[in-house]
Write a protein that binds this ligand. Sequence first.
Ligand SMILES: [Zn+2]
Length: 106
Amino acid sequence: MSNLKIKKGDTVIVIAGTSKGQTGSVLKVMPETEKVLVEGLNLAKKTVKRTQDNPQGGFMEIEAPIAISNLMLYCSKCKKGVKVSVERQTGSRVRKCKGCEHSFDS
Ligand SMILES: [Zn+2]
């Protein structure tokens, strides 16, 4: 079952793994693998080749994908990861926090 209540631009909190408790903004959702890239989280070192612009070469930190099942939407009012209900409204779906009714799509 896929849980694609997370969209690009959302703030999410990590609920499992090494980055547990950290929050960040979603850069990219990859529905095929049910993973997302979150800005500044789950950084992996990538080797950078020597180029004219970067004569030293070395390492660059890039975000590695995190499984959607390890993330929850972060509610700025509840100040924690929350469950979300989806309401169908004319022409769109609105995601609301189950705790405080805060809308994530307004
Ligand atoms: Zn809330």
